[in-house]
Design a protein. Structure first.
Lengths: 148, 148
DNA sequence: CTAAGTGCAAATTTTTTGCTTCTGC
DNA sequence: GCAGAAGCAAAAAATTTGCACTTAG
């Protein structure tokens, strides 16, 4: 735990970013739990120790920590909900740059056997797989509208 | 395309749901594209043919179609953004009922080789894998707060 | 004919931003 | 001391809801 905080303070120094009380406490809160909380939950908890902290500081800090690679955001890459006429099980390739989503089929699904450690957590009824990268269009420098 | 619409109308009949003009047009729009559009995009397109349609009808219809299993929502299962202190590559098990997210490691990542058809789409730099199901707690009927 | 669905406007929910004051380095 | 950060309030963005009117079956 304190190792993570120390590493963060170090990274701040290197990157010329301020390691404020708020930031270290937010990180502490996240490191302290296994729960994958949302911003509001972190806010509620940190507020017990820093009553004057504001929710937007929590949002800003989470984004900073994410950008620094200290924490991660759980979930898929798009903000707005997007829909697929294809309701059959399949996977997606998502371009980080233009947001294009492309369906693909693969036997990963069928071949995939749930690891024992996961089987102990619960019953798995479906698998969501998203490959992320850059599509050919974006690689070739084509300027397509960002579909985000 | 028309097969999909016919199937939908049929499903409506069976389920006692009205197959309205708005609904069939929204479905047509989604079936017609490979783009995985968001609600607003579908709204803009359908509006060209049904100028008086409202955005909330689009949202309601998309939810209906999803519930009927006619279309699918792309992305992970949670609405609010959730954060993970663990920034190393790993996977998640998500309980459909209580929303609990549990980290796990598996060699799926390392072993995973991008299918040729995907390699042609672009360069993949990361893999997001989410297993969905029901956790032990929820299976045993324990009432835990929905973390959503 | 009547329950279900639509449109409208307004509300909610989640996240972001502009600006002033404050503080780590 | 000063650039970067926090707090506040307000806005923005995405999605949902209440209600009166309309329409599919």
């Amino acid at each position: 735990m304190e190792r993570r905080v120390a590493e963060f303070i170090d990274a701040c120094r290197r990157q010329g970013v301020k390691a404020t009380h708020q930031r270290t406490e937010i990180l502490r809160e996240l490191v302290a739990t296994q729960e994958h909380p949302d911003a509001e939950t972190i806010y509620d908890r940190v507020r017990q120790r820093i009553p004057a902290i504001s929710l937007d500081t929590v949002y800003r800090t989470l984004r900073l920590l994410e950008d620094m690679g200290v924490i991660a955001r759980v979930g898929s890459m798009h903000y707005r909900t997007r829909f697929d006429a294809n309701a059959d099980p399949h996977h997606h390739f998502v371009c980080r740059e233009c947001g294009t989503i492309i369906d693909f089929y693969s036997d990963v699904l069928g071949r995939f056997s749930v690891p024992r450690e996961v089987a102990e957590l619960g019953d798995v009824d479906s698998v969501y797989l998203e490959l992320r990268g850059h599509c050919r269009m974006c690689q070739s420098g084509a300027k397509n509208r960002k579909m985000r």
